[in-house]
Design a protein around this ligand. Structure first.
Ligand code: SAH
Length: 369
């Protein structure tokens, strides 16, 4: 039993059932034993691999996106480049290298801010970015005023969600309880119907019994805060993650350990917990704060529009045969439908008066998704 298995059982015994979001908050964020607080989970030897760890081209493309977006915003003299959940710092290092090479004036304008709660990962980020001046924060709200460029790759999927289950009696919150005999942690619907009707989107209608709807108030709150900042101080945000374009039904809460699916209620704090991102909810939250939302579009479409194939070809031309093969395979994985190309989506937030950000042109006016 892990320390958090014990902590969660004790807490349920003392205070009753836990919501799924509270459970995730503890499993991922407990200051002493939370999954993200205690380790570097990335890489082949860790639990999962992300796009910047797959290929440097991913960060280079995002670096170009940032540079062009800065230029379109009138090249402000100072801008905060903010990354939420920067992992090992690989994406930020690739962005900054590209900025310096492609547009030195843009690189000069940057103040770099990382929003990261994990001490081990902060250490990794410090190492990856040792030649840069970087400030760390616990949350987006701590970023100083002024225009921002916000980047978040696989950040929103790590935020707590709540789950609602359709029962014979109506929608009820899914909770974590102890089974009879107190031996096992299990999911079970609460005893009362969801009172706040606004929690469940009306378009879901009355789905079959046991249908699950997921909602991340934490994600919506951050998307709203980013949108508010962009509306008042200028700038843009780029959110990339896996998830769905419309509110949908389904239990997407998953635990992953050593690249394999794992029981979410076992070895708590030792496995990653994620849920698919509801891009429609992020879009609604950002628009409610007066910002303009572009996309979501497929990651494959976004990277292709910004020249991933050309960049890969340029790199392979200078590489050994083995390296060239690796680069090509990595880019293919990022854009292919049977890789990360369609499960992952890109969404941008700008102020209502800004032009369409690079890569999102084909989506304006009600595009493909
Ligand atoms: N963006 C990186 C890492 C993704 S993993 C990449 O693409 O490789 C998720 C990241 O979000 C980790 O850095 C994790 O520590 C951070 N994180 C998770 N929950 C967080 C929270 N509530 N606040 C700040 N950072 C968080």
């Amino acid at each position: 039993m892990t320390p958090l298995d014990t902590k969660i059982r004790d807490r349920i015994k003392a205070d009753g059932p836990l919501t799924v979001s509270k459970f995730m908050e503890i499993a991922l964020g407990d200051p002493d034993h939370g999954y993200y607080r205690t380790r570097d989970p990335l890489g082949e030897a860790g639990d999962f691999v992300t796009s910047p760890e797959i290929s440097q081209v991913f960060g280079e493309i995002i670096g170009l996106w940032c540079a062009v977006t800065w230029q379109n915003a009138g090249s402000p003299e100072n801008i905060h480049l903010v990354e939420l959940g920067p992992g090992r710092g690989t994406l930020m290092a690739d962005i900054l290298r590209t900025a310096r090479n492609a547009m030195p004036a843009f690189a000069e304008s940057l103040d770099v801010h990382l929003v990261e709660t994990g001490a081990v990962l902060r250490q990794q980020q410090r190492r990856a970015l040792k030649s840069h001046n970087v400030d760390w924060h616990d949350g987006f709200e701590a970023i100083p005023s002024g225009p921002v460029l916000v980047i978040a790759n696989e950040f929103f999927d790590a935020l707590p969600i709540d789950q609602y289950v359709m029962t014979e009696e109506g929608w009820r919150e899914n909770q974590i309880v102890l089974s009879e005999g107190h031996d096992n942690l299990i999911f079970a619907p609460g005893e009362q119907n969801v009172r706040n009707k606004a929690v469940i989107p009306p378009e879901l209608g009355s789905p079959p019994i046991n249908s699950i709807f997921e909602r991340s108030s934490a994600g919506e709150q951050i998307a709203g805060d980013i949108a508010k900042r962009i509306t008042t101080d200028g700038g843009a945000a780029l959110i990339i993650d896996y998830g769905h374009v419309r509110h949908g039904l389904g239990d997407t809460l998953q635990a992953v350990r050593s690249h394999k699916y794992h029981d979410a209620l076992a070895t708590i704090g030792e496995a990653d917990l994620t849920a698919h991102v509801d891009f429609a909810a992020l879009k609604d939250a950002a628009e409610a704060s007066g910002a303009m939302v572009h996309g979501p579009i497929f990651q494959g479409e976004f990277l292709t529009a910004l020249g991933i194939e050309q960049r890969t070809a340029a790199l392979t031309a200078k590489a050994t045969l083995d390296q060239a093969e690796m680069l090509k395979n990595a880019s293919r994985r990022l854009i292919a439908a049977d890789g990360m190309g369609t499960l992952f989506k890109a969404l941008a937030i700008t102020s209502a008066t800004d032009s369409t950000p690079a890569g999102f042109e084909s989506n304006e006016g009600g595009g493909a998704l």
